[in-house]
Design a protein around this ligand. Sequence first.
Ligand SMILES: [Zn+2]
Length: 353
Amino acid sequence: MGSLAGVQYCEMDKFCIPVLAGELSDPARVRSRSRAKPLCDKCAEADYRPGDIEILKHHKKLLAAAGALLDRKVAGTYEIIPTLVFAAFSDKDDVYAGIGEWIAATEASPDDEDWAYLFREFSLRFGSIRPKDSIGNVPVVWRPPLGVGLVQGNDDKPFEAVKIEVHEPVESRLVGAYYSEILELYGLSNERGRGDIRWASFGGSLHMVVRPEEDTILHPILKFTISDRRAQGAPFPHRADVAAEYEARRGQGYPKGRGGGESAKHYNAIPAVVAWYLSDRVLLEAGKEKRNINRLVKACLRGPRRGRIPELEKRWQPWRSLERILPRIKQTEFDLGLDTDLNNPYGWVHQTF
Ligand SMILES: [Zn+2]
C-alpha cells in the first residue's frame, strides 16, 4: 500500500501476517525507520521480501483455501487436493469462482433443495469431484473416499452385485448410505436380503462385493422359476449389514489408504499443492527459484500460524510430498476440466452451468 499523510502500510496487503493471523483487519503500519523496506516487522520476520505481493496477489483464493484447511485441520488428501485445485482454478477463471461462490452461499444439507440441485449439476459436470461444504467463503470440494457401482448381469439377472471400493478409511455409516443410495436409484430393495458380502484388499483400497441372496439356495423347490424371480430383483443385504461388514474390516486395518504408507501428511500436502501453483505448475529442480517458492509458501502459510501448528515448524517437506501426490493433483485438474493437451495459460475448458 502507498503512503498517506506520512504513514506507510505494509505492502503485503491481504497477506500481511497480522491480517492473516486475524489480529488486524488492515495491513500493519511500517515503522518509520525501516521505510526503505515496505514491510511491517512481522512480515519481515516471517521472511517475506519486498515484491512478494506481486506473485501472491494472483493466488488469493488458493491461499485463502490453504489457510482455511490448515486452520480446520482437514487431514484427508481426498479433500485437500480437490479443494485447492478448485481454488487455483477460481483464481484464473471467473466461471470457477462463480461456482465457488454458489457453493459457499448454499447450505450443505442433503435435505435442502438448493443444495441438491447444486450437487447434481456439479456432479454431472465434474464427475467424481463433489461439492462438500464451505469454510467461511472458501468452497470445499472433495473426491469421496469411496465409490459404489452396480455389476451388470445377463438378461434375466440385470444386476449381479454391488461393488464398493473404499480408498481411505471412512465412517461405516457413509458406506451404508452410498450402498443403499445406489440400490434406491435403480429401484432395488435392501430391506430384507440376506445375501453375501465378500472383500479383498488391492493397492491400499478395500473392495467389497455384495450379492443378493440366491434363490437357488433359499428356495430350491422353485428352481424352475428362478429367472422370473431374479428379473424382479432379488433383495440385497440390508445396509446395516454392509456397514457392519465394513466396520469389521476397518478394525483389521483396511483400507490402508491410497498409496499406503506413502500418502502425504496434510501439513505437507497443503503446502505442496500451493507450491505447485506458485511455481506455475512446474516441478522445480533444486535451485534459486525453488528456494524462493519454498520461502514464500512458508511465509504465508506458516508465518501467521507460528507455533500454533507444531507440525508446520518441524516437518517441512512439501516438495517431497508434491512428487508423491502429483498424479492425484493432475487427475483432479483433468476431472475439473483442465485440458492437459493445451499449453496456454492452464488451458481451461469452460464447463458452463
Ligand atoms: Zn505486514
